[in-house]
Design a protein around this ligand. Sequence first.
Ligand SMILES: [Zn+2]
Length: 160
Amino acid sequence: MSFRIILEHQTLRFAAAHFTTFAGECEPLHGHNYALTVEIEGDLTVDSWVLDFSEAKSLVRNICRELDHKFLLPLDNAALKIAASDGEFEIKFGDRRYVIPRSDVAELPIDNSTAERLAEYIAGRIVDSLRERGASNVTSIAVGVEEAPGQSGWFREALP
Ligand SMILES: [Zn+2]
């Protein structure tokens, strides 16, 4: 038996720029209006909920706010040459070279900014935040990252 809450789309959005690399290629720089779906499963607390909706929304919104209007930089991407200085990032792929102020960059510990990896990253951030709040009743989490209507990548994880 399990219970689950689902947070969807409307208020869980961010707009960001990125490119992914694949099979020796690199997409042109472009952006998406990302929309999240978050499913949190667990046992009921003494208040008979898995997690207070407003608390859940606020923690996901905080993560959206960090990513909003940023360039999503996959720091672990082996196909990109990434050099960081105090004020900016220089990112190279072949002959292409981008210099972006650090303040415009979301520095992500992922290998590619695919919807799937973004979903995994966001799920990890939500789990960290839930643990900080002592929400030990949560048993699994799933995050869907929609890049465009009808097109999303998902990550799902059972929590120990
Ligand atoms: Zn894209």
